[in-house]
Design a protein around this ligand. Sequence first.
Ligand SMILES: Cc1cc2nc3c(=O)[nH]c(=O)nc-3n(C[C@H](O)[C@H](O)[C@H](O)COP(=O)(O)O)c2cc1C
Length: 279
Amino acid sequence: MPDLVSLIKKALFDRFGEQLEIDTGLGGIDEVARISTHRVHRRYLARDISPRLVRLLCACALSAPSKSDLQQADIVIVRDKSKIDAIGDLLPEMPWLRDAPVFLVFLANGRRLPKICQMRGKPFPNDHLDLLFNATVDAAIVMTTFLRAAEAVGLGCCPISVIRDHAAIVSELLALPDKVIPVVGMCLGWPAEGGRITPRLSLGTTVHEERFTDKNLDAAIDAYDRRRAAILPYRSQREPERFGQSEFYGWSEDKARQYAVPLRADFGAFVRSKNFRLD
Ligand SMILES: Cc1cc2nc3c(=O)[nH]c(=O)nc-3n(C[C@H](O)[C@H](O)[C@H](O)COP(=O)(O)O)c2cc1C
């Protein structure tokens, strides 16, 4: 299927600035094409998604691998418009949330395992950081697998971590008990536009052969900034009143400005308030 191969090569060139070789006759090329052309969608048609389809996607998502088969990720499906609006009200800078017919929240559930130990009359001497970590990793994998399945059927997704800026309120809205926390939300809808490829750091920066190195990081970041700006320039600069107007405004300038203010500094306190131990 040479058209799919060309599509993949083009997407990965735009993404990484590198021509990748693809063996002829490679299986699963349609899936590779979907994965390589991924993009988030933030505009949706006013068209519902059937509960049956969402359930199928949840089943696909929860078919993902799970650490030690512990199954510590859960999903909350939110369809109630008033609840979506209540979450949207917390995040006025992200209006796409209110437009999504379905909003999902992927949870780290560190509650079930200690309960199971209790049910089976066993001690649970593992109430420490790893409980949170394992459940969070599982939730992230489930979220990604959901996205893969949703994109396969033509739906558009936008993960939403900013719900964690309001973790306690979201937690209350969804009736989350102790040791269950929201890891990431997700807008789900039928895409209203095609979306676009977002370039990533070069594979030379993020893929390491045999051992880690970031020896040439400065040059790699500069090169990425230029490559990305040629394809997807920023429309505006963050906080010009504080940082001034940069003549060249690349990804690294944007991320440095974004993280020059405290973000979610209270998240540890929220996680502790949910009775997770972080030591
Ligand atoms: C864990 C996670 C959290 C995210 N949170 C948000 C968010 O709160 N709001 C948003 O608009 N996009 C969010 N995104 C989407 C990213 O901004 C997007 O993936 C990134 O810009 C790269 O674009 P692409 O996925 O189209 O390649 C999130 C993505 C991930 C993986």
